[in-house]
Design a protein around this ligand. Structure first.
Ligand code: ZN
Length: 159
């Protein structure tokens, strides 16, 4: 026979498994309670977390660092899997985001460009110098329209 007890909150008689160990309130009521508590004390809880984090920053960072280094493979495997499974979704998300924030994004990149003009052109210059051949090919391919490309292909095949 399954051991039962009565929840002091909803008064339902439930199997002991429906209660957290040693609790007089069933799991359903407990969840409800903590949901309500959280809703009512959201700011307080956040503040507490913030304070806790500030006071234990070093410890927490160290723990995270340790966790990451001990589980590096697992984490990257997880990320790889997650990305593969959500590729469509995240591309879709990105596309939507870009469309909805086009103005803001172009304003952002305009500003970024203005602030980093020197750095960016230096980067471009360097990149071009280091990848000249590749870029020439890419530019060539891009500059060709499909008709011309087909034409070129036939020519090359005849050689
Ligand atoms: Zn209950």
């Amino acid at each position: 026979m399954i051991e039962q007890k009565q929840c002091i909150k909803c008064l339902a008689i439930k199997a002991v498994a429906e209660f957290d160990k040693g609790r007089a309130v069933c799991k359903v009521c407990r969840n409800e309670q903590s949901r309500k508590y959280y809703a009512a004390n959201r700011e307080k809880i956040k503040e507490k977390d913030r304070k806790y984090y500030a006071a234990n920053r070093e410890k927490i960072n160290e723990r995270n660092r340790k966790y990451r280094s001990e589980n590096r493979e697992q984490i990257s495997e997880y990320r790889r899997k997650y990305y593969a499974e959500n590729r469509e979704q995240s591309n879709e998300y990105q596309r939507k985001y870009n469309a909805e924030n086009r103005e803001q994004l172009s304003e952002q990149s305009r500003k970024y460009y203005a602030a980093n003009r020197e750095k960016i052109s230096e980067h471009h210059r360097k990149y071009k110098a280091e990848n000249r051949e590749q870029i020439n090919q890419q530019t060539l391919i891009r500059s060709l329209d499909p008709a011309k490309l087909a034409e070129l292909k036939t020519k090359l095949e005849k050689l």
